[in-house]
Design a protein around this ligand. Structure first.
Ligand code: GLA
Length: 714
């Protein structure tokens, strides 16, 4: 059914396999949210609560009060005291935003956003609201099989200049108290699942840092008290945006539960001139009444089919060896050659040369912006390393950080005004570096050209695109006074444009995203980066939490996890090599360890890992993920990924401390009850029914022990 309009009821109906979403035009021409939930023929509309709050005098309906009204796109200044979706200021300073229904259309192609990444799709409802000469288009696309709705909003100004103070991508009005989950964390521990109970309060999950950040992720989940992986309500809201964002969830005394989300309005004002249009980022809404696993699978499917870089999304990912944790800045050509020799022996596909290959970069202090080979370290440039890779049948990858500049660089000497600084002389350094002002065309073009010629003149098949600092400068000397408070947003838009012109113009190069680990891990970068380094912490124990949290909305192949040394360099944990291999199997993968230092036994395990990964790679690329044990609650990690036809599956179970759990019964999920499966590691055949209902007994022998299971239909 998708999208329809009922003339009789004056209702818009968006429907997927499981979800019904209804809103209607009221008699007084507001757009009222009516229902969002399980498909039913018996929609019970929310009652408007008339609570004795101010009502609109001009309105013909008696005592129509906005404060209890489920406004489909809540606007500021007409008596709504909740968080609102939109607020704008007119030239005279007035801020009554009285948006009423004007028109609608249903089209068969989904709108592509002009300046921001957006999903593909093949239907769209556009409802236009108007307030004098300000028009707001609400866009809705429906992905029926995946139970997904994608929304965004476009604001058009046909009159005198207005200032947009708040422009959220959506608001969603529900009733009752709900749990809300966020993916919160910090460097090295990104995307931990945190549960909040929103009861007569407002929860704000946001980033003010110019990047989506290590601290919060643009994903919010609305759930019920008893929601589990396989049961209960789970509404996932994920913003296709990589800059400062916010989600606010509010529950009121009248039992209204409203969520708004979009670009963070903290220090955000955007002047919209006559005739101009502003588009918000998209929000992807995944609805499940069957728990979190289903919600996640729907996100994964929609991202794989409609958003992630088409050139690579379903392509077997290379297994890489990256030199960062082995050498840091301290490498020679010879050391790299030795790593490449060892990589070949183990069966690795690609060698990635990380930071320190350019300018005179011997440490973090210099050279960002000088994208030409380090003369002392690589006197003959990149060619000998690329040739060495080729001789060994490996491809070559390179690290870059195009959005940044070091004060100690040729680029800064030539163009100090290209860095974002402050007119009062107060400069914030972060990792000793500054951010380039990509809204300046001359700076943008210089970076675009130098990176493009680097990629065109060298045989590079893989690029790790890093971004190692947060924004903190609120001024750009090329912007007008009233444009300053949208600088973060404008530089994000320019960054996407840079990605368009570098990444998309090199369809044969796989780009991996990175931001000091996982500080920019969001759907906004999916259009460019088919995978992103999800944390600098590659400890197999910490990865239980990071990877479990990340999988709530992001598909396994979209995050990278490498095998690294023990004791782990970030947290000092010692985990078995086997467990490091098992955790790194559930993502796009590689090595961050000194391959020349592996013991004979480790080398064998690494070789086995590589050949097994090549076999299970189709599952990582396109399978359905089922989370089984939750490391946050069960003190255990277990996940299984199952092919769409249910013929193949791969599962990992990993322990934490041995004294927490020794013996466990692992019940598989997602298999066909009537299929028999051969489990390679156990040399055993069992039916799907047995595996899912009875499970198999696991005996852990040491701290952080783990097992993997490769299943194929017999
Ligand atoms: C960031 C990345 C690391 C590495 C370094 C290099 O911190 O997350 O993987 O590339 O930069 O400086």
């Amino acid at each position: 059914m998708g999208i329809s309009f009922s003339e009789q009821e004056q209702q818009f109906l968006l429907s997927t396999n499981d979800l019904l979403y209804v809103f209607e035009i009221t008699k007084n021409n507001y757009l009222k949210h009516v229902y969002f939930g399980k498909k039913t023929n018996d929609v019970v509309a929310f009652e408007n609560t008339n609570v004795g709050d101010p009502w609109i005098k001009q309105d013909k309906e008696e005592r129509f009060s906005m404060s209890g009204f489920s406004n489909e796109y809540g606007a500021f200044g007409i008596g709504d005291y909740r968080e609102v979706a939109i607020k704008y200021t007119r030239n005279d300073g007035s801020r009554n935003n009285n948006l009423k229904f004007k028109s609608y259309k249903i089209v068969s192609n989904k709108t592509k956003l002009n300046e921001l990444p957006s999903l593909d799709g093949n239907n769209e409802l556009i409802v236009t609201l108007a307030d004098k000469d300000v028009e707001v288009d609400l866009h809705y696309s429906v992905y029926e099989a995946e139970n997904i709705i994608v929304r965004h909003v476009a604001i058009r100004n046909l009159g005198e200049k207005i200032i947009l103070n708040t422009v959220n991508s959506f608001n969603l009005d529900l009733k009752g108290i709900h749990d809300v989950y966020s993916l919160s964390g910090w460097w090295g521990h990104e995307r931990q699942i945190i549960k909040h109970n929103v009861n007569l309060s407002i929860l704000n999950i946001d980033s003010k840092r110019g990047l989506s950040s290590h601290y919060q992720n643009p994903l919010l989940i609305i759930a019920d008290k008893d929601t589990s992986e396989d049961k209960g309500l789970a509404i996932g809201l994920n913003l296709v945006y990589s800059g400062s964002f916010s989600f606010k969830a509010e529950h009121t005394i009248y039992d209204d539960f409203r969520v708004v989300g979009g670009i963070n309005d903290f220090d955000f004002d955007y002047p919209l001139e006559k005739g101009k249009c502003f588009e918000t980022p998209e929000v992807v809404i995944s609805y499940s009444n069957d728990g979190l696993n289903k919600m996640s699978q729907q996100f994964h499917d929609v991202y794989r089919h409609y958003l992630i870089n088409k050139n690579f999304v379903f392509k077997t990912r290379p297994i890489v060896a990256n030199n960062w944790e082995t050498t840091r800045f301290d490498f020679t050509e010879e050391k790299i050659f030795n790593l490449i020799d060892k990589a070949k022996k183990i069966g690795i596909d690609t060698f990635v040369l990380d930071d320190g290959w350019f300018g005179h970069r011997d440490n973090e202090l210099s050279s960002l912006g000088d994208w030409y080979p380090h003369k002392a370290r690589l006197p003959k440039g990149l060619k000998p390393i690329i040739d060495k890779c080729k001789q060994n049948g490996l491809k070559f990858g390179l690290w870059i950080e195009p959005e940044m500049i070091s004060e100690d660089s040729d680029l800064y000497k030539a163009h100090p005004d290209w860095a974002l600084t402050s007119p009062d002389g107060i400069i914030n350094l972060h990792r000793h570096q500054l951010i380039l002002n990509l809204t300046k065309p001359e700076c943008f073009n210089y970076i675009k050209n130098i990176i493009n010629s680097l990629l065109d003149n060298n045989d590079i098949s893989y690029v790790k695109w890093d971004c190692n600092r947060y924004y903190s400068e609120y001024f750009a000397d090329n912007l007008k006074n009233d444009e300053q408070a949208s600088l973060f947003y404008r530089n994000m838009v320019a960054t996407y444009k840079l990605m368009d012109e570098i990444v998309l113009s090199h369809p044969r190069i796989l780009f991996e995203g990175c931001a000091a680990g996982g500080a920019r891990f969001d759907p906004g970068v999916f259009k460019y980066f088919s995978q992103s380094w999800c944390s600098d912490n590659s400890d197999a124990y910490s990865r239980q939490f990071i990877q479990y949290g990340t999988s709530l909305s992001y598909p396994l192949s979209s995050f990278t996890g490498h095998i690294s040394v023990c004791p782990n360099k970030q947290v000092g944990t010692i985990t078995p090599f086997k467990t490091r291999c098992n955790m790194a199997s559930l993502c796009s993968t590689g090595f961050e360890i000194d391959l020349t230092e592996l013991t004979k036994e480790q080398e064998q395990l690494a070789t086995n890992f590589v050949s097994r990964y090549k076999k299970i790679s189709p599952l990582i690329l396109s399978g359905d993920l089922y989370r089984i044990f939750n490391p946050f609650e069960d003190k255990l990690f277990a996940e299984i990924v199952v092919s769409k036809d249910k013929n193949k599956a791969f599962a990992v179970i990993a322990n934490q401390k041995l004294d927490r759990k020794k013996n466990v019964n692992l019940k598989f999920k997602g298999l066909r009850e009537d299929f028999n499966y051969f489990i390679e590691e156990c040399n055993l055949v069992k039916s799907g029914m047995q595996l899912m209902n009875e499970g198999i007994k696991i005996y852990f022998k040491e701290d952080y022990d783990s097992y993997s299971f490769t299943l194929s239909k017999k």
